[in-house]
Each structure stands twice: as C-alpha cells, then as structure tokens.
Design a protein around this ligand. Sequence first.
Ligand code: VG1
Ligand code: CO
Length: 551
Amino acid sequence: MMELYVSTMKINHLETTPFTDQRPGTSGLRKKVRVFQQPPYLENFVQAIFDTQIDLKGGTLVVGGDGRFYNREAIQIIIRMAAANGVARIMVGRAGLLSTPAVSAVIRKYQTQGGIILSASHNPGGPDGDFGIKFNIANGGSAPEGITEAIFERTQAINTYRIAEEPDIDIDHLGTHTSGEMSVEVIDPVDDYAELMEQLFDFAAIRELVTSGFRLRFDAMHAITGPYAHEILEQRLGAPEGTVINGEPKPDFGGGHPDPNLTYAEELVAEMFGTNAPDFGAASDGDGDRNMILGDNFFVTPSDSLAVIAANAELIPGYHGRLKGVARSMPTSGAVDRVAQKLGIECFETPTGWKFFGNLLDAGRITFCGEESFGTGSDHVREKDGLWAVLAWLNILAARKQSVAEIMKEHWAEYGRNYYTRHDYEEVDSDAARGLMQHVESQLAGLVGQQLDGYTVSYADNFAYTDPIDNSESSHQGLRIGFTDGSRIIFRLSGTGTAGATLRIYIEKFEDDVAQQAMDAQLALADLVNIAERFSELKQRTGRECPSVIT
Ligand code: VG1
Ligand code: CO
C-alpha cells in the first residue's frame, strides 16, 4: 500500500521589503547588532541566500558563529528558515559556536552544500557592537564576488521570506533533533578541526617542545578560539594549564576589541614585551581566522610570518614535498615573493580578502597564502586560520630549536628584509575619506618617472586583478605607488568597518644589507610615511594627527 506523507510543518510566508544596504563587504555583511535585531533585516539576507543558492534545497548546511551577542537568536532564525526552505540537514556547532576555519573544515569534511558564518570577525561585539553574516560555498570558502553580488541583487528584489513555525532547538547538547522535516545535528565545534590539525602538524615534536620548559602563551581574547586552544594546546599537546588566557568565549568579548594586533591584544603584548617574557606568544580574533605571532620581546609581521612558513614548509609533515605555489594580497609585503623565487614556485598577488585565494587553492596552484592583516593559511581549508598559523610556528620552532627572533633574523639575512607597516585611521568622516582617495587617484596619472623625496616612481595605479582561473575581473582594489627600489605606498578604504570610513595606508621598503636590518620598522619607514601623508593631504583632510592603529 502506498503511504501518503503529509507534512505537518507550518510554513509562514511573511511579507518584507528590500533593504538597500545589504551589499556584502570584504568578508560578508557587517552591521551594528541593532540593525540585525530589527526583523526582517537578518531574515531578508538569509532568504536571499536560499533564493539564490538552490543546491541548499535537499542539501546540508553548516551553521555556526563566534558566539557574539545575537549569535544564538540568529541561529534559531536560520534553523527555522532553512526548514521552511527545504534544507534537508543542518549541522550546527554546540552552543552555536564554530570558528570560521572550523566551518570551512566541516563543510569540506562532510561535503555539504555550504555554510553560514555568523561573525563580525575582529569588530567589537555586545548589544552596541557589530554583527555579521557570511555565506560559504561547497569548497568551504567565502562566496566569490559573483555569488555575493547575486545574493545582494536578490536582497533588492525580495518581497517574502519563508520561516517554519517550529520551537527553538536545544543547541547546547550534542545530538540530532528535527525542525519540521529538517534534521538538525548539534556537533562538537572542536573535534573535526582538531583532528585535521593532527594530520598536518608534528604533534609529537610540538608536545616535546611545550612540555620541556619552552614557555607558550595564547590569548583567545574572549572569542571563539578559547575552546579550540584549550583542547589543542593544553589537552592534546600537553601545554600547562594557564597557557591559554581569556579562553572563555563571551558575547561581548569581555568588552574588548577581539583583534590580535599590537594595540588591542594588550594583555599578551604587555607580557611578551616585559621582563621574563614567554618564548612564544600568539593571539587570534573574534572568529578565529586571524593570528598574531610574537617571540620574547619580538613581533613577527604577518607578511614575514607567511614567508617564514613557506621557507620552512619542508619541516611540516602535512606540507613536506608538496609546496606548489604561494599567494598574497596586494598590500601584503613581498617577503613571500622572495621565498617563492628561491624555491622556483609560482607567486600570485590578489586583491584584499580571502575569497580571492579560493580559485587558486581549488586549482592546486597554491599551497600557502596570506594577508598583511594577520591572516595566514593553506589549502587545508578555504579560510585563513589562526590556530593553524600558531601550530605551523610551533612545528617550525620544535624542528629548528631556535628562538622566534633567531629564525626571523636568519630569514632576513637569507632573503632580505621587507620593512613593513600599516597605518589605520578608523572612523574617519566618510566624505573626507572618499575625498582623500579621489585626491590621491587624481595625481597618479603622470607620476611615473617623477621623484618624491628622492624616491623615483616606477608605477602608480588603482589595482585591478584578473583571476587566473576563471578570468573574472575585480577593479578599484587600492591605490598603489611603487618606487624603483621596490618600496611601495598603498592607500585603501576598508570594506569591513561599520562606522564612518577606515583608511588604511600600507608602507613597504626592502633592505638586503644585513647591517641595516635591525632597525625599528617605524624608523626605517618614516620617510615613506611622510611622503604618504603629504601626498594625500592626510592631516588637512581627515583632521587626524596620528593613526588609530599602527601595525
Ligand atoms: C580586512 C583586512 C582583510 C581581511 C578582512 C577580513 O578587510 O584588511 O585583509 O581579509 O578584513 O578579515 P578591510 O576591507 O577592512 O581592509 V576577518 O578576520 O574580518 O574575516
Ligand atoms: Co576574522
């Protein structure tokens, strides 16, 4: 006898009107919490994902976030909407937690049709802070521009959204539930990720290092990496308890700014630059994809970190004998280019934002990639990965039995040093910032061959990129002035801020004379900083005397 299955799930089709401001930025849609809290703001964007990503129907979706304020509410809404939109299975991290690289790892391991990440990354959280949402595709990476644009267009035309009338799911306990006809699996947020790390790194060697007097500190900044670091560093690798500080994720990140840099990771920086500092210090951001690497009284720039990891790839089991190529974002220093040149492998320069590495990783053209903004990663997932970078360094330190500073100095002696700094001016008046960029751009034509304080300009343009795999084009990715000695000045407006505009000025200078390599970076770059400030009329136009953050 044929059985007729009758659905008992009640689906509401609710009316909505488009919001004009749902165009995703560098990494998803980011707004103030209060904006997302007003229905149907979140609902519109989520429905636009379901309307455009048709593979999700009958498929599996991964959902998790960095635990910031509104994470739990947003997850319950997404579960109900996924049920109403015909998703067959949803996998959600326990307590709604999943770091960005863990979402990527889970999508790849279980071959799901995609994932939704709830985070505003390094931006502060809490009721007055920021929230964000990002769609990741089946390769585990952030949706490329073609897809984010389609989602945005859909948000502009949408007039209804679908949501199931179902109770909240208990996301605090592992297990399988149902919402309507959809299965909801609550998974351990750490397990799959930790297992992947064990496959890549020499855990035995790292364990020996961290249990034999080597002192290690990891600052999770009250954000997502706490549970991951406790499990991996303290449990699996045996680092003493207390190695991980600020390890409990809090909805407001303990009132802090979960951005692992020299300004915001105050507690760690104070310890690492104090007397009797640990041998190694690291921190990660809100959603766990960034990393800062420090030695005893020593800061490793993210650009240098990428170069060191590439140069020492042979020491890491998961990469031994398989380094194919590398890539860096345009504003990232050229330190890794020099390693690639020596190794005879390809090196690509992409626009800012991890999504631009996706095609190169999928095509097997690159193994490592990184950004100056504390992002480093590899082909193991399709996001940058904070703890991965920390483990890569620990693996290298365990193999080389040298200090962070020694490794860095030897690297510079061999490849030369790319002095590097980034000056950020946060919450600048939007019109003033736009005006400054226009002013800079208007002076670029005819600049080639001219001298600025003794530096001769060799190129000046607005960076444009053609993806070598699918030939898609991305223009207006940052204003660059390059000099004949390899120095560069780059001006770029941030695509992740939520208040006013953030202006970023990136400065780089190459030095291959070992005797000159010990200088403080700010000193070494002072003349170029000066040129940048004068050329852009920075002080007059922004009213700022100095940057908000110097890296
Ligand atoms: C910043 C960084 C960029 C990074 C992006 C997302 O973007 O400069 O390199 O990919 O943040 O990082 P912008 O547009 O503000 O410069 V995360 O850790 O916020 O996902
Ligand atoms: Co992040």
